[in-house]
Design a protein around this ligand. Structure first.
Ligand code: NAD
Ligand code: TYD
Length: 348
C-alpha cells in the first residue's frame, strides 16, 4: 500500500445503500485501504439491505450505520453537516425483473433520491458527489460495438431508465448550480454479499441444492463481468482523481453469454448441465452490454486486479462458506434480524 495519500482523498464519507451488495463491499474496501477515512453508512434497509453485510464493522470506531432514506433531505442534510466531504451514492432499486412488475420505487429512489441529495449539497458545495450508475443506461450494444461515455443513452427497462434519469439529474445540478459531481457506469458485478435474486448468486445457491437454474430465452444474452472489489477500487480512484462533471465507464472487457457463464458455474460447483432450465425470456431483455473504459484507465491509471477465473472461483467459495448468510435471505429470516433492531421496514 502506498504511503502517499492523494491530496484530494476525502476524509469523511457518506456511503448510501451501504447495506446492499456493492455498498457493503465499498465500506469494507474503504475502511481497509483508506486508514485516514471515516464513514457514515446510510441505508433504508429495503428487502435488499442486510445489516449482516456490515456486521464485522459494527464496532469499528471509524464507521457508523444510520437507517434512513436518501429521499429524506432533512436527514441527509443533518448527516452532511457532520463534516462530510464526499457522498458516494450507491443506494438504488436495482433488480430489472422487479422493475418490470412496477417502477414506482425505482423512479422514487433512482431519480428522486438523486435529486434530494443534489438539493442538499446545493447548499454545501464543498461536498463531492460520486453517483454510482450502470452500463445499462446505454441500452443494448450491437455485436461489434462498445459504449463510450458519449454514447447516447438508450435505457430499455424501468430500472435502467430510472438510473439514466438519476444520472441526468445529477449532471443538470452540476451544470446549473456548480456542484462537484462525478458519475461512474460499471458493468455487471459479482462477489460476496450479492443478493440471491441476481443471476450468479441465484444460480449458485440453486445449484448447491440440486435445483434447476432458470436461464432466460436462448441464454445468449451477453454481459461483461467485474469483481466487486475491482469496482470499489475504481470508485475510490474516481473519488480522489476524477474530474468534476465527468463520467467514467468501468469494465474488465470480460464478456460472456449467460449460457457460457452458467456452464462455468455448473463446472465449478461440480453439477450437471441438465440442471439448466430454459424459461420464458425477460420482457425487453437487452441482448448485450459492452463498455469501453479506456478513459478511466488512461486518465486515472485504474486496472482490474481479478482475472475472471480466480474471481469467480473465490466467489463460489464465499457462497459455500457463507451458507447461513444466503439461507437466511432465501428463508426471509434476515428480515426479522433487523426489524427487531430498527422497527418496521419502510416500503421502498
Ligand atoms: P443492492 O440492491 O444490493 O443494494 C442497494 C441498497 O440500496 C440496498 O441496501 C437498499 O436497502 C438501499 N436502498 C434502496 N433504496 C434506498 C433509499 N431510498 N434510501 C437509502 N437506501 C436505499 O444493489 P447493488 O447491486 O449493490 O447496486 C448498487 C448500485 O450499483 C446501484 O446504484 C446500481 O445501479 C449500481 N450498479 C450495480 C451493478 C451490479 O451488477 N450489481 C452494476 C453496475 C452498477
Ligand atoms: P441480473 O443478474 O438480473 O443482472 P442485469 O439484468 O442487471 O444484467 O441478470 C444478468 C443476466 O442473467 C441477464 O441477462 C438476465 C439473466 N438472468 C437469467 O437468465 N435468469 C435469471 O433468473 C436471472 C435473475 C437473470
Amino acid at each position: 500500500m502506498s504511503t502517499d495519500v492523494p491530496q484530494n482523498r476525502p476524509k469523511r464519507l457518506l456511503v448510501t445503500g451501504a447495506a446492499g451488495f456493492i455498498g457493503s463491499n465499498l465500506v469494507h474496501w474503504l475502511l481497509d485501504r483508506w486508514p485516514g477515512a471515516s464513514i457514515i453508512s446510510l441505508d433504508a434497509l429495503t428487502y435488499a439491505g442486510n445489516l449482516a453485510n456490515l456486521e464485522d464493522v459494527r464496532d469499528d470506531p471509524r464507521h457508523r450505520f444510520v437507517r434512513g432514506d436518501i429521499c429524506d433531505r432533512e436527514l441527509v442534510a443533518k448527516l452532511c453537516d457532520e463534516g462530510i466531504d464526499a457522498i458516494v451514492n450507491v443506494a438504488a432499486h436495482t433488480h430489472v425483473d422487479r422493475s418490470l412488475l412496477g417502477g414506482d420505487d425505482f423512479v422514487g429512489t433512482n431519480v428522486g433520491g438523486v435529486q434530494a441529495i443534489c438539493e442538499v449539497i446545493k447548499e454545501r458545495k464543498s461536498i463531492r458527489l460520486l453517483h454510482v450508475s450502470t452500463d445499462e443506461v446505454y441500452g443494448s450494444q450491437a455485436p461489434d460495438e462498445v459504449a463510450t461515455e458519449t454514447t447516447a443513452l438508450d435505457p430499455r427497462n424501468p430500472y435502467s431508465a430510472a438510473k439514466a434519469g438519476g444520472d441526468l439529474v445529477a449532471l443538470a445540478y452540476m451544470h446549473s448550480f456548480g456542484l462537484d459531481v462525478v458519475i461512474t457506469r460499471c458493468c455487471n458485478n459479482y462477489g460476496p454479499y450479492q443478493y440471491p435474486e441476481k443471476m450468479i448468486p441465484l444460480f449458485l445457491t440453486n445449484l448447491f441444492e440440486d435445483k434447476q437454474v432458470p436461464l432466460y430465452g436462448d441464454g445468449l444474452h451477453a454481459r461483461q463481468w467485474i469483481h466487486v472489489e475491482d469496482h470499489c477500487a475504481a470508485i475510490a480512484r474516481v473519488l480522489e482523481g476524477g474530474r468534476r462533471g465527468e463520467i467514467y465507464n468501468i469494465s474488465t472487457g470480460v464478456g460472456l453469454t449467460n449460457l457460457e457463464l452458467t456452464e462455468r458455474l455448473i463446472e465449478i460447483v461440480g453439477k450437471d448441465k441438465s440442471l439448466i432450465k430454459y424459461v420464458q425470456d425477460r420482457p425487453g431483455h437487452d441482448r448485450r452490454y459492452a463498455l469501453d473504459d479506456g478513459k478511466l484507465r488512461g486518465e486515472l491509471g485504474w486496472e482490474p486486479i481479478f482475472d475472471f477465473g480466480t474471481g469467480i472461483e473465490q466467489t463460489v467459495q464465499w457462497f459455500v462458506d457463507h451458507e447461513d448468510w444466503w439461507r437466511s435471505i432465501k428463508s426471509g429470516a434476515y428480515r426479522k434480524y433487523y426489524d427487531e433492531q430498527y422497527g418496521e421496514r419502510i416500503k421502498h
